[in-house]
Design a protein around this ligand. Sequence first.
Ligand SMILES: Nc1nc2c(ncn2[C@@H]2O[C@H](COP(=O)(O)OP(=O)(O)OP(=O)(O)O)[C@@H](O)[C@H]2O)c(=O)[nH]1
Ligand SMILES: [Mg+2]
Length: 326
Amino acid sequence: MADPAITPAVASLAQRVRAGEARAIARAISLVEDDEPGAAALVGALFRATGGAYLVGVTGPPGAGKSTLVDRLSLQLRARDETVGIIAVDPTSPYSGGAILGDRVRMQAQAGDDGVFIRSMATRGHLGGLSRATHEAAYVLDAAGKHWVVIETVGVGQDEVDIVRTADIAIVVLVPGTGDEVQALKAGIMEIADIFVVNKSDREGADRLEASIEAMLALADAEPGAWRPPIVRTQATTGEGVPELLAAVEAFRAHTAPARHERRRVRHAFRLRELLADRFMEHVDRRVLAPGELDGLLAQIADRGLDPYTAANGILERALGRDTTR
Ligand SMILES: Nc1nc2c(ncn2[C@@H]2O[C@H](COP(=O)(O)OP(=O)(O)OP(=O)(O)O)[C@@H](O)[C@H]2O)c(=O)[nH]1
Ligand SMILES: [Mg+2]
């Protein structure tokens, strides 16, 4: 990684982000998303201004109604004069905007202070991974002064689940009658839920789904005083149940306020380890291994002429210039 020395252009961008300028926010997110030159310096310049936003992770099966729900939720927040930044990871159905779009136009009339900023992000193609890209986009929105930053992911891959798991709150959205319960269990998203939403509760099978979540929660032996994930029924299309969902979010926020630092420490630890692993591999690829050398090592391993531990130790030793045998 180059020295994150800040150029005047990046410094000015950071300043405009902190002022909440929508165009600067969009530009800054593109910069970090594509890991362009200046991205690390920008994150460095913005980081001190982060920590004010409450980070909400929303996940669930494809088409569960996550975006519709987040749309509704942000309308409620806007009604309280709170600002929202939304990052939607690879949505198959884009944010319709809907009522929000109308509001955004109205808000833009107010001295460039957009109340809602929505950004879609592709799952693939990020240097350093999806998690890096979304976390850094969240830093941008946080530094821009958004009260709430919502990250929506489809709960199918480990990256997507980890992103939501390390948010301040994890909301898992399920829908009745699709067998999603079982799929969700497989993907490991049931364990991360701070709140369960049974969306499309107008559909048949909502009772059954709620019962199966209850049964699962009853099996988990929670410590006394621990948060018990509530189950909230919603109809995102009509907005029914959304005030109750917001109330549950607030209840969780209050309940976990004393432990908020711990949760964020876990998130930062996760990010730091990820960054270190990325940067180290980048260093190994660029500075340690000769072109084609890795393929040669892999061929030897495939032929059982070399074991992976010895290979890894050899690379580590060369990278660090000393003996690294454990
Ligand atoms: N009947 C019914 N339909 C709903 C409800 N909530 C959402 N939908 C519909 O379900 C479809 C998918 O909604 P989205 O909000 O795009 O779902 P999503 O989970 O964000 O989808 P992906 O991001 O593509 O995974 C849309 O046609 C919505 O109108 C609901 O409560 N009831
Ligand atoms: Mg969506």
